[in-house]
Design a binder for this molecule. Structure first.
Ligand SMILES: Nc1ncnc2c1ncn2[C@@H]1O[C@H](COP(=O)(O)OP(=O)(O)OP(=O)(O)O)[C@@H](O)[C@H]1O
Length: 256
C-alpha cells in the first residue's frame, strides 16, 4: 500500500536550535499512530512540519503522495488538524465558526450548516450552537475544535492532544470515532500524554525523545523485550523512572 506519510531524514529548527534531528518514517493508510514523547521532545514540531506550518525544514517529506515542499497548499486542503492550543474566535458561535472553517475549505454552505448542526448535536452542544464561544469551557472548545478539524472529511488527520479537557464519556466517544475513522481507511496520527489511551487505541506507537525516534512498533512489539505497561516502558526508554523519589523531594521542598 502506498504510504500516506513518508519522511526521509527530517531536520527542523527554531532559529539555530535543532529540534528534529533526522526523523525517518513511513505511515501506511488506515492506521491509528500514537506519537508520544516527553515534554519538549518535538511532537508538536513534527506535526506542524507535516501539515505545512513550518516550511523551512531539511529532508524530504511526502504527505498523501504530495511533496510537502512544493505542494503544501494542496496538503493543507486534504488533511485535518486539531492543534494542541488553538485560539477559537471567541466572538463567534460554533455555528458561525464552523461555517467559516467550511468556507476556508470551499465547502458548500448548506451542506456545512447541516453537517455542523448534526456534529454539534452528537457532541451534546446543540443548545450552545448559537452562543458565543467566549463563555465556553475547555472541553466545549475542544469539541468545536475536533469538529472543525474533521468537517471536510479528510483522509489523514493530525490530532495534538485530542482528548484535552474532555469529560470521561466524551473521551470514550472520541476514542471510538478515532477507531472507526481508521477502520474506514483513514489515517489518524495523534500525540498524547495519556499512556492508557495510546496503549489501547494505537495500531502503531512511535516514541520520540530529544528530536529522535527511539522506538517504533505495535504495543506488543515494543513490549516484547520487557513485560510492562506503556507508561513504564515510556519511562525506561526516555530515561525518567524516578517519579517516586522526585515526588518525595517535591513534598519535602514544600514542607521547608
Ligand atoms: N515557536 C517556537 N520557538 C522556539 N522554540 C520552540 C517553539 N516551539 C517549540 N519550541 C521548542 O521546540 C522544542 C520542541 O517543542 P514541541 O512543542 O515540539 O514539543 P512537544 O514534544 O510537542 O512537547 P509537549 O509534550 O510539551 O507538548 C521545545 O524545546 C520547545 O521549547
Amino acid at each position: 500500500m502506498t504510504p500516506v506519510i513518508t519522511i526521509n531524514n527530517l531536520h527542523q529548527f527554531y532559529g539555530t536550535t535543532e529540534i528534529l534531528k533526522g526523523i525517518n518514517l513511513s505511515v501506511a493508510p488506515g492506521q491509528v499512530v500514537g506519537y508520544i514523547g516527553p515534554n519538549g521532545a518535538g511532537k508538536s514540531t513534527t506535526i506542524k512540519t507535516l501539515i505545512g506550518l513550518l516550511p523551512d525544514f531539511q529532508g524530504e517529506v511526502s504527505v498523501l503522495g504530495l511533496d510537502l515542499r512544493t505542494q503544501a497548499m494542496e496538503v493543507k486542503r486534504r488533511i485535518g488538524y486539531v492543534p494542541e492550543n488553538a485560539a477559537l474566535y471567541d466572538l463567534l458561535t460554533p455555528t458561525e465558526y464552523l461555517l467559516f472553517v467550511g468556507q476556508l475549505y470551499e465547502l458548500d454552505t448548506v451542506m456545512v450548516n447541516k453537517k455542523a448542526a448534526e456534529l454539534l448535536d452528537l457532541f451534546d452542544l446543540s443548545q450552545h450552537a448559537n452562543s458565543r464561544m467566549s463563555t465556553f469551557s475547555k472541553g466545549m472548545r475542544q469539541k468545536v475544535l475536533l469538529i472543525s478539524g474533521l468537517l471536510h472529511n479528510p483522509d489523514l488527520i493530525f490530532l495534538d492532544e485530542p482528548l484535552s479537557g474532555l469529560d470521561a464519556n466524551t473521551v470514550v466517544l472520541v476514542k471510538q470515532i478515532i477507531r472507526q475513522l481508521a477502520d474506514s481507511g483513514k489515517t489518524v496520527f495523534y500525540s498524547s500524554h495519556i499512556m492508557d489511551v495510546v496503549e489501547k487505541l494505537s495500531d502503531r506507537i512511535i516514541i520520540i525523545n530529544a528530536g529522535q525516534i527511539i522506538a517504533d512498533g505495535t504495543f506488543a512489539e515494543l513490549q516484547a523485550t520487557r513485560t510492562t505497561s506503556l507508561e513504564q516502558l515510556f519511562g525506561q526508554l526516555t530515561g525518567n523512572n524516578t517519579q517516586t523519589a522526585t515526588a518525595e523531594a517535591f513534598i519535602q521542598a514544600l514542607n521547608q
